[in-house]
Design a protein around this ligand. Sequence first.
Ligand code: SF4
Ligand code: SF4
Length: 179
Amino acid sequence: MKIKKLSNSNKLWLYKSIFYRNTLFESDDNNLDNIVKALNIKKRKDRIDFVYDTACDLIDEYMKDKNVCDFKDGKCFVQRRNGSTSCDGCCGPIKCKHVTGKGCSTKNISCKLFYCPSARRKAKVLGVRNIDLLKVLSIRQRVICLINVTSTREQILKDLYSYSFIYAILRIFIRDCIK
Ligand code: SF4
Ligand code: SF4
């Protein structure tokens, strides 16, 4: 296998292509560790799974101590401030079937990236552009990561595996209609 040293996160679209199938990536920069791991996974589905799960973990780790939504008695600070009768923050009013008394029962990257304007005023939250690892995905796949609220991890991964954006969008649309 050929060895390729990475010094930044540019040209990842090229490095995951067929031309680099027999290339082992390395880097001296610890910040690129996850990108190097992703590029060294040569099976497309496995690479997408790794990027998705690792990005979700990075978001969780970043938000862990921030308590941005500040839930009390099942209501976030916006619901308490507005005297809302709804519970469960963003998940309650849309009646998402994955909400449980202990939070979300799945791992949804779109929901992990979503914060309302009031929450965004309280703390800096992560967006797709702040997570370098997501550059391993295509622009089409990054859009799918943003618009898939209320889907399960497995449904989003299937959308990400798809080569057709229209097919993925149709799947999301149909799911939204029948929920
Ligand atoms: S993002 Fe805003 S509306 Fe949603 S749960 Fe957090 S504080 Fe509440
Ligand atoms: S999938 Fe999203 S909307 Fe549904 S419960 Fe989980 S976080 Fe809330």
